[in-house]
Write a protein that binds this ligand. Structure first.
Ligand code: NAP
Ligand code: GDD
Length: 337
C-alpha cells in the first residue's frame, strides 16, 4: 500500500508517517521548497520515507505527484494551522487551508480517482458553539479566518464525495498535542516554559485567556483514527475527541505542579495575546467513532502533560549539558595551553 501525506513535517504528519510505516506502507511525504530544510520531526524516519516537492498552492505540482505515485491513500494534513496567524494572513490561510483542499481534490479527480482521501478538519469549525458537546451534526460557527477556511475545506470534501463519488472523508479532530507540538500553541508554550523556568533559564510565562477550555488529546492516538476512517466500507465523517474539557489554567497548574512549582508565581497575563474573537469552550462527542471505528484515546490528559514537560526538560538539560561540556572543554584547553 502507498500513502501520500501533505504536512508530513508537522506534528501529525510525523506521527502518521511512523504509524503507516509500522503497518508496512510505502510512505510519500509532500514537502515544500525552502532555503533551509526543517525536517526535525521526521529526521528519525527519513530513510524510510520518500519526500516529494509539491505545494498546496500549486495545482501542477500536486497533479504531477499523484500521477507519478498513484497512492492508495492520501492524507491532507498540510495547512496554515496557527489560529492567530490567520488574522494576520487571512488570504494566505484561505489559500493553504481552504482552496488547497480543492486543488488536491481536483488532482485526485483527474489523476488517481481510486485513491482514498482524508481531510484534516477541525473542532475550530464549531467556534461559538451551537450545542455542547459537539458531534458530526452540530452546525458550524467559525470564529477565525482559520476556522472559516477549514469549514470550506470540510464542505468541499463532502461535495466532491457526493458529486464525483470519491472516497473522501473529513475527520473533525479536537485539539491534540505532543512533545512535537509547535512552540506557539498554548500547551507546548506552557511545557517549554516550565522546563526553562525549572532549569533557571527563564523566570516568567506570558499567556492570554486562561479560562479558554479545550478537549485535549494525544496526537499519537488521533492519527490512528485518520487511518481507521480510510479502512471503512463507506466514506463518512467522524468527530475525534476525548470527551473531557480542561481550561488553559488547569493545564498550566498541572504542568508547573509536575516539577514542584506553583503556576501563579510565574504566569503573567498579557492582553496582547487575547484574540479578536475567542473560542471559549470546545467539547467533543466522539461516540460515532468509538462505536463504528472502534477508536478510543489511550493517553490521558495528565499523562500527556507529564510526557510533554519531561521531553522539554530533557531537551533543555541536554542543551545545557552540551554547553557545559563545551565550556569545560574550552576551559581545559585554556588551562593546558
Ligand atoms: P502543523 O504542525 O502546523 O503542520 C502543518 C504542516 O502543513 C507542516 O508540515 C507544513 O509544512 C505544512 N504546510 C503548510 N503550508 C503548506 C503548503 N502550502 N503546502 C504544503 N504543505 C504545507 O499542524 P498539525 O498540528 O500537525 O496539524 C495537521 C493538520 O490537522 C492541519 O491541517 C491542522 O489545521 C489540522 N488540525 C490540527 C489539530 C491539532 O490540534 N493539532 C486539530 C484539528 C485539525 P512546513 O513544515 O513546510 O511549514
Ligand atoms: N497559542 C496561545 N498562546 N494560546 C493561548 C495563549 C497563548 O499565550 N494564552 C491563552 N491561549 C488560549 C487561546 O486563546 C485558545 O483559546 C487556547 O489557548 C488554545 O490555543 P492554541 O493552543 O493556539 O490552539 P487553538 O485551539 O487555537 O487551535 C488548535 O486547535 C484547533 C482544533 O480546535 C490548532 O491546532 C488548530 O490548528 C486546530 O484546528
Amino acid at each position: 500500500m502507498k500513502a501520500l501525506i501533505t504536512g508530513i513535517t508537522g506534528q501529525d504528519g510525523s506521527y502518521l508517517a511512523e504509524f503507516l510505516i509500522a503497518k508496512g506502507y510505502r510512505v510519500y511525504g509532500v514537502v515544500r521548497r525552502s532555503s533551509t530544510e526543517k525536517y526535525d520531526r521526521i529526521a528519525h524516519i527519513r530513510d524510510r520515507l520518500v519526500l516529494v516537492q509539491a505545494d498546496l498552492l500549486d495545482q501542477v505540482s500536486l497533479s504531477q505527484a499523484l500521477k507519478e505515485i498513484q497512492p492508495d491513500e492520501i492524507y491532507n494534513l498540510g495547512a496554515q494551522s496557527f489560529v492567530p496567524t490567520s488574522w494576520a494572513q487571512p488570504v494566505l490561510t484561505a489559500e493553504f487551508t481552504g482552496t488547497g483542499v480543492t486543488r488536491m481534490l481536483e488532482a485526485i479527480r483527474s489523476d488517481c480517482p481510486q485513491a482514498r482521501f482524508y481531510q484534516a478538519s477541525s473542532s475550530e469549525m464549531f467556534g461559538m458553539v451551537r450545542e455542547t458537546p459537539q458531534n458530526e451534526k452540530t452546525p458550524f460557527y467559525p470564529r477565525s479566518p482559520y476556522g472559516v477556511a477549514k469549514v470550506y475545506g470540510h464542505h468541499i470534501t463532502v461535495n466532491y464525495r457526493e458529486s464525483y463519488r470519491l472516497f473522501a472523508v473529513s475527520g473533525i479532530l479536537f485539539n491534540h498535542e505532543s512533545p512535537r507540538r509547535g512552540l506557539e500553541f498554548v500547551t507546548r508554550k506552557i511545557t517549554d516554559a516550565v522546563a526553562r523556568i525549572k532549569l533557571g533559564l527563564a523566570d516568567e510565562l506570558k499567556l492570554g485567556n486562561l479560562d479558554a477550555k479545550r478537549d485535549w488529546g494525544f496526537a499519537g492516538d488521533y492519527v490512528k483514527a485518520m487511518w481507521m476512517m480510510l479502512q471503512q466500507d463507506k466514506p463518512q465523517d467522524y468527530v475525534i475527541s476525548t470527551g473531557i474539557a480542561h481550561s488553559v489554567r488547569e493545564f498550566a497548574e498541572i504542568a508547573f505542579g509536575f516539577v514542584g512549582l506553583d503556576y501563579k508565581k510565574y504566569v503573567k497575563l498579557d492582553s496582547e495575546l487575547l484574540r479578536p474573537a475567542e473560542v471559549d469552550h470546545l467539547l467533543g462527542d466522539s461516540s460515532k467513532a468509538r462505536s463504528e471505528l472502534g477508536w478510543r484515546p489511550e493517553v490521558g490528559f495528565r499523562e500527556m502533560i507529564e510526557m510533554m514537560v519531561e521531553a522539554d526538560l530533557q531537551r533543555y538539560s541536554y542543551g545545557k549539558l552540551m554547553d557545559e561540556n563545551r565550556y569545560s572543554e574550552t576551559k581545559t584547553k585554556a588551562l593546558s595551553s
